[in-house]
Design a protein around this ligand. Structure first.
Ligand code: BJW
Length: 239
């Protein structure tokens, strides 16, 4: 793993599975009990806001009860050591996850492209607020007072956050690493091809082959808590 300067890391639900947070598409995954079109689309929210608020109230509580695992901690270490001023390069962790386990694992350069469980978005005044309580029963927005707060989550059909910043980082990447994601959801599933086009080496770490495995230069199969600390050691050992 030589001559690497700029790194982009994409993470998905698999990196938080060993912290006890369910993935989406496993047999016992989140979509099993909660059909995706009911809880993760604007139309589902319009149809039954109470059901959707209840689903995300539960997710918020689960996130607050979970703790970062060895994979989050290893990325936290990489984030603190992989810096231009230390003659390394840039690093960006793009997560599809709505939990805050990267931050609690010590990472700072984290971008939540699908939103955050611990944030509420006011559809009247467009303000975002840190949020840990329930969103059911229409609590007022702290800024405008309207009862129009929804989970600050990117649902199907909505535009993921900070896409320009992500594509800029991909264009400058020497290494793109995808961790614990099935490659089923776009635009994140297309980042590997975008990075490869820009000349980056591409590496996938996942429990099993994913829908996108064929697009990567290399796939390593196993648990994130084993594979990620090993990769971080390998990168930091680079001369
Ligand atoms: C382990 C492990 C362990 C387990 N260790 N691994 C073609 C092009 C572009 C868009 C589309 C397209 N076709 C269709 C679309 C639209 C749509 C889409 O992708 N649909 C698909 C169904 C095909 N996309 C959208 O609507 C997105 N918006 C959009 O496209 O806007 C227009 C646009 C166009 C072009 C450029 C830019 C914008 C929005 C997508 C929003 C996704 N939202 C969700 C829910 C909200 C968050 C939440 O509630 O938490 O985000 S869906 C859900 O899937 C969630 C996740 O972030 C996302 C990805 O899931 P993830 O993380 O991959 O989880 P799993 O369960 O699928 O996989 C886990 C993996 O981990 C597995 O492989 C396991 O093996 C592994 N694993 N344990 C390592 N211990």
């Amino acid at each position: 793993m030589n001559d690497i300067r700029n790194i982009v890391i994409l993470t998905g639900a698999g990196i938080s599975a060993e912290s006890g947070l369910k993935t989406f598409r496993a047999d016992d995954g989140l979509w099993e009990d909660h059909p995706v079109e009911e809880v993760a689309t604007p139309a589902g929210f319009a149809r039954d806001p109470d059901l959707v608020q209840r689903f995300y109230d539960e997710r918020r509580a689960q996130v607050m009860a979970a703790n970062p695992n060895a994979a989050h901690l290893a990325l936290g270490r990489l984030d603190s050591e992989w810096r231009p001023e230390r003659q390394r390069g840039n690093l960006l962790i793009v997560t599809q996850n709505i939990d805050d386990l990267h931050e609690r694992g010590g990472a700072r350069r984290v971008l939540h492209m699908h939103g955050e469980a611990l944030s509420a978005w006011c559809t009247t005044c467009d303000a975002r607020h840190p949020w840990r309580a329930t969103l059911r029963n229409g609590p007022p927005c702290p800024d405008c007072g309207m009862a129009s707060l929804r989970p600050d989550i990117v649902w199907f059909g909505e535009m993921p956050y900070q896409m320009e910043r992500i594509y800029r980082a991909l264009a400058e990447a020497d290494l793109f690493v995808s961790i614990g994601t099935s490659g089923a959801v776009y635009p994140a599933a297309g980042f590997v091809q975008e990075a490869a086009r820009a000349g980056a080496r591409t590496l996938e770490l996942n429990l099993e082959e994913s829908l996108g495995s064929r697009f990567f230069d290399e796939t390593r199969l196993g648990k994130a808590s084993d594979l990620v600390p090993a990769l971080v050691e390998e990168l930091l050992a680079q001369a």
